[in-house]
Design a protein around this ligand. Sequence first.
Ligand code: V47
Length: 395
Amino acid sequence: MLPAPDPARFRDPRLRPIAEKVMAGQRLDSADGIALYDTHDILSLGELAEWANDRKNGDRVFFSANQHLNPTNVCVLRNTCVFCSFARMPKEEGAYTRSLEEVFHEAEQARGAPTREFHIVGGLHPKLRLSYYADMFRGLKERHPGVHLKALTAVEIAHLARIEKTTIEDVLIQLREAGLDTMPGGGAEVFSTAVRATIAERKLTGEEWVRVHRAAHGLGIRTNCTMLYGHVESAADRIEHLSMLRALQDDTGGFLTYIPLAYHPDNNELGEDMGRVGSATTGYEDLKNVAVARLFFDNIDYIKTHWPMVTPFMSQIVLQFGCDDLEGTVVYERVYHEAGARTDMHMPYRRLVDLIRAVGKRPGERDSFYQPIRERFEDLDTLGAGAAAPVVHAA
Ligand code: V47
């Protein structure tokens, strides 16, 4: 157990009453959340968040042996989600839609450690029906029995319900029968109506995103939640977003983890409009978004850092700013790499263990429900996990 912080030593006096609340186990309100975002006393913020994390999760940092699959980048929102670099029109250069055989082939490509979870997200294809995804899930389960399927964002579920002229619940039930286990947290962006009007005009609204996750939780399907930060949103917008997630978690308890997603400005209209091309979020913002989340979410157990977006170096540092969950092996990543991420696409299993150990934490491979699978790694070399592979491409 870490020693409790001494708020009297905090440089920013506004953090002192907030620290008292955190240490007394009291919930932070919106004004507290905004003060946390506004502070420049980043070390006190980090110390407090790390203490709150230690109280919840001790010194263990989880990671997973997972693999991302993106079946199509064709998306009907191509021209209106101006922050996205991944989407293509059906006939646009670079557009792709995988056949099921191609998806099954890519699913065999895990390097080193075996995959325990497929993370499957893609564009809103105008023609791909529910049966394409149901057949994919059945095929993956047949070929990889025991592998967990975390698949389709709320936006994709709502799109399938529209195409099939049926309800969200019906889509979820059919996909669950086909093998869907949990859902990722993407598509949330920032719930504020004004921000959405600027960055994702025709995407489902914040309320609709919440409705899909509520429906999933009601059916016993656990999900993740996210926020895309570092574009046009204010601190108040961020806190409104986190408050909506926290309220849903109060009602259902269905969220497993929260992942702050750092906006990448390359190859998209928003980045050009903002004059931000080539300039991703700063490390300062990345630290803050983890620490504030840890303090604001008293009811979500885990905060995950997505190293493909913020770099393995920043992901390692946030492990001392309140973060307890390091995104896994990934294998192949397209959404952020299309948007300018310079990180590798694959993280060797052993490198995950080393990154965690190097900050004095205890690594633990987890399953998709945050149950520990493996906590001893002495025989790691026998995994052939490529510990010496470079993590980041040269610029
Ligand atoms: O919803 C799109 C984001 C998300 C950009 O649940 C961008 O475990 C940055 O859902 N710059 C999809 N981000 C990714 C996602 C996810 C990722 C990691 C873990 C989990 C999980 C879920 O990617 C989208 C959007 O918010 N995104 N474009 C961009 N230019």
